[in-house]
Design a protein around this ligand. Structure first.
Ligand SMILES: [Zn+2]
Ligand SMILES: [Zn+2]
Length: 354
Protein backbone atom coordinates (compact mmCIF):
# COMPACT_ATOMS: atom_id res chain seq x y z
CA UNK A 1 0.00 0.00 0.00
CA UNK A 2 1.06 3.55 -0.61
CA UNK A 3 1.39 5.68 2.47
CA UNK A 4 2.78 9.03 3.48
CA UNK A 5 5.23 9.97 6.15
CA UNK A 6 7.88 12.52 6.98
CA UNK A 7 11.47 11.79 6.00
CA UNK A 8 14.90 13.38 6.09
CA UNK A 9 16.53 12.93 2.69
CA UNK A 10 20.05 13.69 3.93
CA UNK A 11 21.89 14.41 7.18
CA UNK A 12 20.64 17.62 8.71
CA UNK A 13 17.87 18.12 6.13
CA UNK A 14 14.55 19.11 7.69
CA UNK A 15 11.89 16.43 7.75
CA UNK A 16 9.47 16.81 4.85
CA UNK A 17 6.48 14.90 3.41
CA UNK A 18 7.52 11.64 1.74
CA UNK A 19 5.30 9.14 -0.04
CA UNK A 20 6.38 5.51 -0.06
CA UNK A 21 5.06 1.98 -0.24
CA UNK A 22 4.57 -0.39 2.68
CA UNK A 23 5.11 -4.05 1.82
CA UNK A 24 2.34 -6.43 0.78
CA UNK A 25 1.14 -8.36 3.80
CA UNK A 26 3.06 -11.56 4.44
CA UNK A 27 1.04 -14.34 6.14
CA UNK A 28 2.15 -13.23 9.63
CA UNK A 29 1.88 -9.46 9.04
CA UNK A 30 -0.41 -6.92 10.64
CA UNK A 31 -1.23 -3.64 8.83
CA UNK A 32 -1.71 -0.73 11.20
CA UNK A 33 -3.11 2.76 10.73
CA UNK A 34 -0.89 4.89 12.96
CA UNK A 35 -2.81 7.27 15.23
CA UNK A 36 0.06 8.62 17.37
CA UNK A 37 3.83 8.48 17.34
CA UNK A 38 6.15 9.69 20.10
CA UNK A 39 9.27 11.74 19.40
CA UNK A 40 12.40 10.11 20.86
CA UNK A 41 15.90 11.57 21.14
CA UNK A 42 17.09 8.69 18.91
CA UNK A 43 14.90 10.03 16.11
CA UNK A 44 16.79 13.32 16.22
CA UNK A 45 20.19 11.58 16.37
CA UNK A 46 19.20 9.45 13.38
CA UNK A 47 18.04 12.24 11.06
CA UNK A 48 21.18 14.22 11.88
CA UNK A 49 23.35 11.10 11.37
CA UNK A 50 24.99 11.72 14.76
CA UNK A 51 25.94 8.03 15.03
CA UNK A 52 27.16 7.73 11.42
CA UNK A 53 24.91 4.79 10.63
CA UNK A 54 21.86 6.48 9.12
CA UNK A 55 20.57 5.30 5.74
CA UNK A 56 18.73 8.07 3.86
CA UNK A 57 15.94 8.77 3.23
CA UNK A 58 15.15 8.16 6.91
CA UNK A 59 11.64 7.98 8.37
CA UNK A 60 12.10 7.86 12.15
CA UNK A 61 9.61 6.95 14.89
CA UNK A 62 9.51 3.94 17.21
CA UNK A 63 6.78 4.87 19.69
CA UNK A 64 3.80 3.85 17.63
CA UNK A 65 0.14 3.48 18.58
CA UNK A 66 -2.62 2.67 16.14
CA UNK A 67 -5.42 0.44 14.98
CA UNK A 68 -5.27 -2.80 13.00
CA UNK A 69 -6.65 -2.29 9.46
CA UNK A 70 -5.60 -5.60 7.89
CA UNK A 71 -4.08 -8.98 8.76
CA UNK A 72 -2.17 -11.66 6.86
CA UNK A 73 -3.70 -15.10 6.30
CA UNK A 74 -1.81 -16.68 9.20
CA UNK A 75 -2.33 -14.01 11.87
CA UNK A 76 -4.07 -15.38 14.95
CA UNK A 77 -3.46 -12.82 17.71
CA UNK A 78 -5.00 -9.69 16.21
CA UNK A 79 -8.17 -8.65 14.41
CA UNK A 80 -9.11 -5.60 12.40
CA UNK A 81 -10.05 -2.80 14.80
CA UNK A 82 -7.74 -3.83 17.67
CA UNK A 83 -5.78 -1.07 19.44
CA UNK A 84 -2.11 -1.96 19.10
CA UNK A 85 1.37 -0.59 19.53
CA UNK A 86 4.82 -1.06 18.02
CA UNK A 87 8.05 -0.10 19.75
CA UNK A 88 11.71 -0.16 18.78
CA UNK A 89 11.74 -3.73 17.46
CA UNK A 90 9.96 -5.21 14.44
CA UNK A 91 11.85 -8.48 13.97
CA UNK A 92 14.42 -10.97 15.28
CA UNK A 93 15.49 -14.51 14.46
CA UNK A 94 13.03 -16.06 16.98
CA UNK A 95 15.42 -18.99 17.40
CA UNK A 96 18.48 -17.95 19.40
CA UNK A 97 18.69 -18.23 23.19
CA UNK A 98 17.88 -14.57 23.75
CA UNK A 99 14.82 -14.70 21.49
CA UNK A 100 13.70 -17.84 23.37
CA UNK A 101 14.18 -15.95 26.64
CA UNK A 102 11.94 -13.13 25.35
CA UNK A 103 14.84 -10.69 25.03
CA UNK A 104 14.72 -10.10 21.30
CA UNK A 105 16.66 -6.86 21.74
CA UNK A 106 19.75 -9.04 22.25
CA UNK A 107 19.03 -11.41 19.32
CA UNK A 108 22.30 -13.11 18.34
CA UNK A 109 21.32 -12.85 14.69
CA UNK A 110 20.77 -9.09 15.00
CA UNK A 111 17.58 -7.42 16.23
CA UNK A 112 15.33 -5.80 13.63
CA UNK A 113 15.02 -2.13 14.48
CA UNK A 114 11.81 -0.34 13.56
CA UNK A 115 13.67 2.18 11.40
CA UNK A 116 17.09 2.60 9.89
CA UNK A 117 17.66 -1.15 9.69
CA UNK A 118 17.18 -3.65 6.85
CA UNK A 119 14.10 -5.83 6.66
CA UNK A 120 15.23 -9.42 7.32
CA UNK A 121 13.56 -10.78 4.15
CA UNK A 122 13.70 -8.03 1.52
CA UNK A 123 16.80 -6.22 2.79
CA UNK A 124 15.07 -2.87 2.24
CA UNK A 125 15.61 -0.08 4.76
CA UNK A 126 12.82 0.01 7.37
CA UNK A 127 10.77 3.19 7.68
CA UNK A 128 9.44 4.08 11.12
CA UNK A 129 6.33 5.55 12.63
CA UNK A 130 6.31 9.15 11.38
CA UNK A 131 3.78 7.89 8.86
CA UNK A 132 0.12 7.05 8.31
CA UNK A 133 0.61 3.28 8.15
CA UNK A 134 3.03 0.52 9.08
CA UNK A 135 3.21 -3.22 8.45
CA UNK A 136 4.76 -5.37 11.20
CA UNK A 137 4.91 -9.14 11.82
CA UNK A 138 2.47 -10.11 14.55
CA UNK A 139 5.09 -11.33 17.02
CA UNK A 140 6.28 -7.72 17.36
CA UNK A 141 2.86 -6.09 17.67
CA UNK A 142 1.76 -5.25 21.22
CA UNK A 143 -1.75 -5.02 22.56
CA UNK A 144 -2.83 -1.72 24.10
CA UNK A 145 -4.86 -2.71 27.17
CA UNK A 146 -8.39 -1.39 27.67
CA UNK A 147 -8.45 1.86 29.54
CA UNK A 148 -5.04 3.20 28.51
CA UNK A 149 -5.45 6.63 26.86
CA UNK A 150 -4.23 6.03 23.29
CA UNK A 151 -3.13 9.65 22.86
CA UNK A 152 -0.63 9.29 25.71
CA UNK A 153 0.42 5.66 25.29
CA UNK A 154 3.04 6.08 22.53
CA UNK A 155 6.01 7.18 24.69
CA UNK A 156 5.69 4.01 26.76
CA UNK A 157 6.99 2.06 23.76
CA UNK A 158 10.53 3.47 24.07
CA UNK A 159 10.84 5.82 27.06
CA UNK A 160 8.61 3.55 29.15
CA UNK A 161 10.24 0.20 28.43
CA UNK A 162 13.78 1.66 28.46
CA UNK A 163 13.29 2.62 32.11
CA UNK A 164 10.93 -0.21 33.17
CA UNK A 165 13.36 -2.93 32.07
CA UNK A 166 16.30 -1.92 34.31
CA UNK A 167 13.91 -1.27 37.22
CA UNK A 168 12.70 -4.88 36.86
CA UNK A 169 16.16 -6.33 36.14
CA UNK A 170 17.54 -4.83 39.37
CA UNK A 171 14.36 -5.55 41.36
CA UNK A 172 13.22 -2.03 42.22
CA UNK A 173 10.31 -2.25 44.61
CA UNK A 174 9.25 -1.77 48.21
CA UNK A 175 12.31 -1.28 50.39
CA UNK A 176 14.65 -0.26 47.57
CA UNK A 177 16.06 3.20 46.98
CA UNK A 178 16.22 4.38 43.40
CA UNK A 179 17.89 7.51 42.04
CA UNK A 180 17.06 9.05 38.66
CA UNK A 181 19.49 11.34 36.84
CA UNK A 182 17.93 13.58 34.19
CA UNK A 183 14.28 14.56 34.10
CA UNK A 184 13.43 14.39 30.40
CA UNK A 185 11.37 11.88 28.44
CA UNK A 186 13.15 8.87 29.94
CA UNK A 187 13.73 10.34 33.41
CA UNK A 188 10.15 11.34 34.05
CA UNK A 189 9.01 7.81 33.12
CA UNK A 190 11.71 6.31 35.37
CA UNK A 191 10.28 8.32 38.28
CA UNK A 192 6.66 7.38 37.62
CA UNK A 193 7.45 3.69 37.11
CA UNK A 194 9.80 3.39 40.11
CA UNK A 195 7.19 5.07 42.33
CA UNK A 196 4.47 2.73 41.01
CA UNK A 197 6.71 -0.28 41.71
CA UNK A 198 6.90 0.85 45.32
CA UNK A 199 10.50 2.12 45.50
CA UNK A 200 11.71 5.19 47.38
CA UNK A 201 12.65 7.60 44.57
CA UNK A 202 15.13 10.49 44.48
CA UNK A 203 15.67 12.75 41.49
CA UNK A 204 19.29 13.89 41.13
CA UNK A 205 19.63 17.32 39.57
CA UNK A 206 22.27 20.05 39.34
CA UNK A 207 19.96 22.65 40.86
CA UNK A 208 16.72 22.98 42.79
CA UNK A 209 14.89 24.24 39.69
CA UNK A 210 13.20 20.92 39.04
CA UNK A 211 12.22 20.14 42.63
CA UNK A 212 8.52 20.97 42.23
CA UNK A 213 8.36 18.93 39.00
CA UNK A 214 10.12 15.97 40.63
CA UNK A 215 7.72 15.95 43.57
CA UNK A 216 4.76 16.41 41.24
CA UNK A 217 5.82 13.29 39.30
CA UNK A 218 5.78 11.36 42.58
CA UNK A 219 9.45 11.42 43.62
CA UNK A 220 10.10 11.45 47.38
CA UNK A 221 12.78 14.14 47.11
CA UNK A 222 15.27 15.95 44.91
CA UNK A 223 18.98 15.77 45.71
CA UNK A 224 21.12 18.61 44.36
CA UNK A 225 24.20 16.94 42.86
CA UNK A 226 26.30 20.12 43.08
CA UNK A 227 25.69 20.37 46.87
CA UNK A 228 28.73 18.58 48.32
CA UNK A 229 27.32 18.28 51.84
CA UNK A 230 24.01 16.84 50.68
CA UNK A 231 25.84 14.38 48.39
CA UNK A 232 28.09 13.25 51.29
CA UNK A 233 25.10 12.67 53.52
CA UNK A 234 23.50 10.53 50.77
CA UNK A 235 26.63 8.37 50.28
CA UNK A 236 26.06 4.61 50.14
CA UNK A 237 22.27 4.87 50.32
CA UNK A 238 21.10 3.90 46.80
CA UNK A 239 20.44 0.41 45.46
CA UNK A 240 20.01 1.55 41.88
CA UNK A 241 20.59 4.75 39.93
CA UNK A 242 19.01 5.13 36.48
CA UNK A 243 21.12 7.56 34.44
CA UNK A 244 19.06 8.96 31.56
CA UNK A 245 21.40 11.77 30.48
CA UNK A 246 21.59 11.60 26.64
CA UNK A 247 25.00 13.25 26.15
CA UNK A 248 28.61 12.69 27.25
CA UNK A 249 28.81 13.36 30.99
CA UNK A 250 30.68 12.56 34.20
CA UNK A 251 29.29 9.71 36.32
CA UNK A 252 32.00 9.96 39.04
CA UNK A 253 29.99 12.18 41.41
CA UNK A 254 27.15 9.65 41.49
CA UNK A 255 29.05 6.39 42.11
CA UNK A 256 29.69 6.95 45.86
CA UNK A 257 25.91 7.28 46.32
CA UNK A 258 25.52 3.55 45.64
CA UNK A 259 25.44 0.97 48.40
CA UNK A 260 27.80 -2.01 48.23
CA UNK A 261 26.73 -4.02 45.15
CA UNK A 262 24.63 -1.07 43.97
CA UNK A 263 24.33 -0.40 40.25
CA UNK A 264 24.32 2.71 38.11
CA UNK A 265 22.63 1.84 34.82
CA UNK A 266 23.09 3.98 31.74
CA UNK A 267 20.12 4.19 29.39
CA UNK A 268 20.51 7.57 27.68
CA UNK A 269 24.00 8.09 26.29
CA UNK A 270 25.15 6.12 23.24
CA UNK A 271 28.88 6.77 23.03
CA UNK A 272 31.72 7.92 25.27
CA UNK A 273 31.52 9.15 28.86
CA UNK A 274 33.87 11.44 30.74
CA UNK A 275 36.61 9.23 32.22
CA UNK A 276 35.15 7.19 35.11
CA UNK A 277 37.29 6.42 38.18
CA UNK A 278 37.47 2.83 39.38
CA UNK A 279 37.94 3.96 43.01
CA UNK A 280 34.25 4.06 44.01
CA UNK A 281 33.69 0.82 42.07
CA UNK A 282 36.43 -1.06 43.93
CA UNK A 283 35.60 0.40 47.32
CA UNK A 284 31.96 -0.63 47.17
CA UNK A 285 31.86 -3.51 44.66
CA UNK A 286 29.67 -1.12 42.73
CA UNK A 287 28.69 -1.66 39.13
CA UNK A 288 28.14 0.49 36.07
CA UNK A 289 25.82 -1.19 33.60
CA UNK A 290 23.88 -0.44 30.44
CA UNK A 291 20.41 -1.48 29.39
CA UNK A 292 18.66 -1.49 26.01
CA UNK A 293 14.85 -1.15 25.75
CA UNK A 294 13.26 -4.52 26.65
CA UNK A 295 11.92 -7.62 24.92
CA UNK A 296 8.39 -8.00 23.59
CA UNK A 297 7.16 -9.97 26.61
CA UNK A 298 8.46 -7.37 29.04
CA UNK A 299 7.09 -4.52 26.91
CA UNK A 300 3.63 -6.07 27.05
CA UNK A 301 4.05 -6.55 30.82
CA UNK A 302 4.94 -2.84 31.10
CA UNK A 303 1.87 -1.77 29.09
CA UNK A 304 -0.37 -3.96 31.26
CA UNK A 305 1.28 -2.58 34.42
CA UNK A 306 0.76 1.02 33.25
CA UNK A 307 -2.91 0.30 32.46
CA UNK A 308 -3.44 -1.29 35.88
CA UNK A 309 -1.73 1.57 37.73
CA UNK A 310 -2.93 4.29 35.34
CA UNK A 311 0.62 5.48 34.59
CA UNK A 312 0.95 7.65 31.52
CA UNK A 313 3.67 9.93 30.23
CA UNK A 314 3.20 13.71 30.32
CA UNK A 315 2.86 14.59 26.65
CA UNK A 316 2.71 17.62 24.42
CA UNK A 317 0.69 16.87 21.29
CA UNK A 318 1.99 18.29 18.02
CA UNK A 319 0.93 18.22 14.39
CA UNK A 320 3.20 16.40 11.93
CA UNK A 321 4.32 19.63 10.26
CA UNK A 322 5.59 20.93 13.61
CA UNK A 323 8.22 18.19 13.84
CA UNK A 324 11.24 20.28 12.87
CA UNK A 325 10.37 22.89 15.49
CA UNK A 326 9.83 20.07 18.00
CA UNK A 327 13.31 18.69 17.24
CA UNK A 328 14.81 22.13 17.96
CA UNK A 329 12.95 22.30 21.25
CA UNK A 330 13.95 18.71 22.11
CA UNK A 331 17.58 19.65 21.65
CA UNK A 332 17.13 22.46 24.18
CA UNK A 333 15.29 20.05 26.54
CA UNK A 334 12.30 22.37 26.16
CA UNK A 335 9.53 19.78 26.44
CA UNK A 336 7.49 18.35 29.30
CA UNK A 337 8.16 15.56 28.81
CA UNK A 338 7.53 13.96 25.46
CA UNK A 339 6.25 15.21 22.12
CA UNK A 340 3.60 13.02 20.55
CA UNK A 341 2.60 13.49 16.90
CA UNK A 342 -1.12 13.33 16.16
CA UNK A 343 -1.13 11.46 12.83
CA UNK A 344 -4.60 12.82 12.01
CA UNK A 345 -2.65 15.98 11.10
CA UNK A 346 -0.94 14.13 8.23
CA UNK A 347 -3.02 14.16 5.00
CA UNK A 348 -3.75 10.90 3.20
CA UNK A 349 -1.31 9.94 0.42
CA UNK A 350 -2.14 11.35 -3.01
CA UNK A 351 -1.85 7.93 -4.65
CA UNK A 352 -4.61 5.48 -3.74
CA UNK A 353 -3.95 2.13 -2.10
CA UNK A 354 -3.25 -0.62 -4.61
ZN1 LIG B 1 13.54 5.77 21.46
ZN1 LIG C 1 17.40 -14.26 17.96
Amino acid sequence: MFTIGYAAISAGAPLAPFEFRRRQLRPNDVAIEILYCGVCHSDLHTVRNDWNWTVFPAVPGHEIVGRVIGIGSGVTRYRVGDSVAVGCLVDSCQECRHCHAGEEQFCLDGRGDTYNAPDRISGENNFGGYAKHIVVREEFVLRVPEGLDLSRTAPLLCAGITTYSPLRTWNAGPGSRVGVIGLGGLGHMAVKLAVALGADVTVLSRSRDKEADALHLGADRLLVSTDGDAMSRAAATFDLIIDTVPVKHDINPYLPLLKVDGTLVLVGQVGPLAEPSTVPLLLGRRRVAGSLIGGIRETQEMLDFCAKKNILPDCEMIRMEQINEAFERLERADVRYRFVIDMASLPAPVRACD
